[in-house]
Design a protein around this ligand. Structure first.
Ligand code: URA
Length: 242
């Protein structure tokens, strides 16, 4: 038996707190009866409806995918392009990605059907390390590297790296390989930060997400997360949001 608001959050209806509000507002039915008490627990046999719409309840599943370049971070694409969920075949559950990587960015992305887990990890306040490997066209100066760490305002938003270092340079080709750690996860953040310096990104890959990495995987490979990894990710997200 699980608390009604937890079951609702897992099914992606809303956060637990918002689900509680829906219950109090009389918008939730269990086995055709309106429930307004927050302590209510339900089993997998109980039928839950929100605003008359039955909840899709599935066993939660969690995957780590090494997203190749040229793939959309969503569950479907109107223009018929490849999407991240195409890489995880033979799964009945309706998966969606936790956050997104750009079409041209490769690397580590999580996929799940657990809406509550995804919302927690995507909360803007959490401080999960996301490590990117960047190939730039041009070699940033020491001053520019400092700027990435000090932070910069772009289009009215403050963007900042937690850590950034040059791992190698090629003077002949005028390129650099840079490792950068972000806590923030703003749209196209890495590309915008380097564009602002006038040192554009040529290739971008997310190599780590918290304690998870891509070891042993090639582009297009996936693996299920281990139960202890799911637990640890949940703890990380909860600790950081408090
Ligand atoms: N920053 C970017 O610019 N793109 C990504 O896909 C991820 C982070």
């Amino acid at each position: 038996m699980e608390r009604l608001q937890k079951v609702m959050a897992q099914a992606g209806v809303a956060s637990r707190r918002k689900s509680e509000e829906l219950i109090k507002a009389g918008r939730v039915k269990v086995n055709n009866e309106t429930i307004k008490e927050l302590g209510t627990k339900v089993s997998s046999q109980d039928e839950v409806e929100v605003d008359g719409v039955p909840l899709q309840r599935e066993a939660p599943v969690y995957f780590l995918l090494y997203k190749p370049r040229g793939v959309i971070s969503s569950a479907k694409d109107d223009r018929g392009r490849k999407v991240v969920t195409d890489y995880i075949p033979d799964i009945d559950q309706r998966l969606f990605p936790v956050g997104r990587l750009d079409y041209d960015t490769s690397g580590l992305i999580l996929l799940t059907n657990d809406g509550e887990f995804a919302n927690k990890l995507m909360h803007p306040k959490h401080k999960i390390d996301k490590v990117y490997i960047i190939k730039t066209r041009g070699i940033p100066t020491r001053e520019q590297m400092k700027q990435l760490k000090q932070g910069m305002e772009i289009e009215g938003e403050f963007f900042k790296a937690e850590d950034v270092r040059i791992t190698s340079t090629d003077g002949k080709k005028n390129t650099a390989i840079i490792q950068m750690t972000l806590h923030q996860g703003k749209n196209r953040q890495v590309r915008k930060m380097f564009d602002a310096l006038g040192v554009p990104v040529d290739k971008l890959k997310r190599e780590q997400y918290g304690f998870l990495n891509l070891h042993g995987l090639n582009a297009g490979d996936f693996r299920p997360l281990k139960p202890h990894e799911v637990k640890q990710l949940r703890q990380l997200a909860e600790e950081n949001v408090k």
